[in-house]
Design a protein around this ligand. Structure first.
Ligand code: NAP
Length: 253
């Protein structure tokens, strides 16, 4: 995989898919033969984040911790500024942090709807906007936003999540127009059902039901999403922007 840039920020990287993305990116070297520096964002679990940092460094990579809650606009802006002011600036951003708060729509309070939008959509807007500002000056950058198969097909009990992830796709396309003027690409990934804590509560009967509709007949692994993210960030995808890449085992084609 070829990378022209230096620093990458991965939000919500202390566990799950974000961790796998950070770990994979930490193993790549750029065109100056330097390891990519991975900025590991986390909001509270310092131990998990620090263990990941050590794992990347042990394998010969470079990593740093950047603590903030993505829903706090000021803190997100400050986090991006710290990286932009560091050696190499901000080349890549992966907006990965996300939550679910599932409930049938008739029982869902408006506040529960908005809470999911706040984390999954508003924070992605703030991240993309700030990245566009700093990457615009460099005339280089690549952003990947984590959406979901739920944005494409909807789901029972996930009106809030579907709305947030659908918004991420359409918003990324608009950012792609604005970014293209300055050689900055914006793309999305729509993972299917991936084995992480987010799906830990899935009942066995429901899991079996989902498996019937997945042609590859298994749930996905975080590292399989990470591979697609790395590709879209990299120079190999230099002519791809405004695209949404499905990583779902065929669940939704
Ligand atoms: P996960 O295992 O629940 O991990 C979520 C990560 O996001 C955690 O590191 C969490 O930090 C972080 N996070 C949540 N809210 C945050 C906030 N306000 N500020 C900073 N960090 C925050 O989820 P995952 O399965 O890895 O999902 C990662 C992304 O992929 C999400 O956007 C999700 O919607 C998307 N996705 C997942 C699946 C799937 O099947 N797993 C499918 C489609 C899309 P804490 O440890 O502090 O909670």
């Amino acid at each position: 995989m070829e990378f022209s840039g230096h620093n990458v920020l991965v939000t919500g990287a202390n566990r799950g898919i974000g961790r796998a993305i950070a770990l994979l990116l930490g193993g790549y070297r750029n065109k100056d033969d330097q390891p990519l520096k991975v900025w590991i964002n986390y909001r509270s679990n310092h131990e998990e984040a620090d263990t990941l940092k050590q794992e990347i460094e042990k394998a010969g990579g470079r990593a740093a911790l950047v603590k903030f809650d993505v829903t706090c606009e000021e803190a997100f802006v400050e986090g991006i500024k710290t990286i932009a002011d560091s050696d190499g600036g901000l080349s890549y951003l992966v907006n990965n942090a996300g939550i679910v708060l599932d409930k049938l729509a008739v029982r869902m309070k408006t506040q529960e709807f908005l809470q999911v939008l706040e984390t999954n959509l508003k924070s992605v807007f703030v991240g993309c906007r700030e990245a566009l500002k700093v990457m615009g000056k460099q005339k280089f950058g690549s952003v990947v936003n984590l959406s979901s198969v739920i944005a494409e097909r909807g789901n029972m009990g996930q009106t809030n999540y579907a709305a947030s992830k659908g918004g991420v796709i359409s918003m990324s396309k608009s950012f792609a127009y604005e970014g293209a003027l300055r050689n900055i690409r914006f793309n999305c990934i729509t993972p299917g059902f991936i084995l992480t804590d987010m799906n830990a509560g899935l009942k066995d009967e429901l899991k079996a039901e989902y498996l019937k509709s997945i042609p590859l007949a298994r749930l996905g692994e975080s590292k399989e999403v990470a591979g697609a993210v790395a590709f879209l960030l990299s120079d190999l995808a230099s002519y791809i922007t405004g695209e949404t890449l499905k990583v779902n085992g065929g669940l939704y084609m």
